[in-house]
Design a protein around this ligand. Structure first.
Ligand code: TRP
Ligand code: SF4
Length: 343
């Protein structure tokens, strides 16, 4: 963590569940934003491995690897351990403790009303195994645990996607309720900082995701990336190479051009496509080269950290430690506010 926090605009926290290697959708939508924010704010970034357990308590065989991969992708994308603290949620007992205090004051119907949680529960219910108890006590506590993550640091902002805003609303409600009940002004009301970049589609035009096999991973090599980009959907109405194309109907490839290339490059592609002077295969090969070029330093960084797991361990240890110091400072005030016996 930067020791100089005086000129920062406030404190930020955000977490990510360890669900596997991150793809370009994550990179453009979330990681780039995190990298930028670390210049202006005091940042805590954590892997939400306890949140992973709320739905996947019975398949933990990849949990360690998935957790490590999130950290590797973050470091690769440019999260700088000198500027930000990266920690693992389950390494911070203060969050678990705060979760208990918050769970006592959170009305049951607040969590039952959480729309994001309802959607998640529906997905669990449509799962394969009918006998599996789908909504556990811990699962219902999802937004409360998230509130504990956020309030352990009493942050100003929480960068999240739109689907997480409902949880942040609950966090603000819980913070207000805590302040009311214990007659304190301890908790700030953390504001969501919306990740604005639109979602990048998968190469097949569906939502990008690993389960659809339509994504490009940050950790993919150049060859794999090129192969995947070549599968990208183009203007479906175009039959021959010299037919005039419609970039605005080029569902995926042209969208990627806009996401990764300069305005000038995009304009050139657009003009040549409309004039029938650009074949889709060549167009995508060129696009793949541009994407690979942009990912080059990221992949090199990832390789470096993959080859030096001891450095990654040190980064996490340092992050855990700094997070513990910051959270303990808040927790000591919380215990006092609640009225716990302390020696
Ligand atoms: N629920 C978030 C997600 O699935 C992850 C998360 C857990 C989080 N705790 C958080 C995000 C606290 C921001 C702040 O993406
Ligand atoms: Fe899309 Fe490029 Fe083909 Fe035009 S030439 S339709 S922009 S892939």
């Amino acid at each position: 963590m930067s020791t100089n926090t005086a000129n920062k605009k406030g404190r930020i926290i955000t977490g990510m569940r360890p669900t596997g290697r991150l793809h370009l959708g994550h990179y453009l939508g979330v990681l780039k934003n995190m990298v930028k924010l670390q210049e202006e704010y005091e940042c805590f970034f954590f892997v939400a491995d306890w949140h992973a357990l709320t739905t996947k308590f019975d398949c933990t065989e990849n949990l360690v690897e998935d957790t490590r991969n999130v950290v590797l992708d973050w470091l690769a994308a440019g999260i700088d351990p000198e500027k930000s603290d990266i920690y693992i949620q389950s390494h911070l007992p203060q969050t678990a403790e705060l979760h208990i205090y918050l769970s006592m004051i959170t009305p049951q119907n607040w969590v039952e009303r959480d729309p994001t949680l309802k959607d998640l529960a529906k997905m669990l219910r449509t799962g394969e195994d009918e006998t599996k108890p789908n909504v556990s006590y811990g699962f219902l506590g999802y937004p409360v645990l998230m509130s504990a993550d956020i309030l352990s640091f009493n942050v100003d902002y929480v960068p999240v996607g739109i689907d997480q805003v409902a949880h942040i609303e609950i966090t603000r409600d819980i913070a207000r309720r805590f302040n009311n009940i214990y007659k304190t002004e301890l908790f700030k009301e953390a504001k969501p900082l919306l990740t604005t970049t639109p979602m990048l589609k998968g190469v097949d035009g569906q939502k990008m995701g690993k389960s659809f096999h339509n994504d490009i991973k940050i950790s993919d090599d150049e060859e794999t990336t090129t192969k995947t980009v070549m599968k990208a959907i183009t203007d479906r109405s175009r039959a021959r190479r010299d037919d005039p194309g419609h970039p605005d109907k080029c569902e995926v490839a042209f969208e990627y051009w806009k996401a990764f290339a300069t305005e000038e490059q995009v304009k050139k592609v657009q003009q040549e496509c409309i004039a029938g002077k650009r074949g889709c295969a060549d167009c995508k090969r060129e696009l793949a080269a541009i994407i690979n070029e942009q990912l080059k330093p990221i992949r090199e960084r990832r390789k470096y950290y993959e080859q030096h797991p001891e450095i990654v361990d040190e980064i996490i240890k340092k992050g855990d430690e700094n997070a513990r110091i910051a959270a303990e400072e808040v927790l000591s005030k919380i215990r006092k506010a609640v009225g716990m016996f302390q020696l």
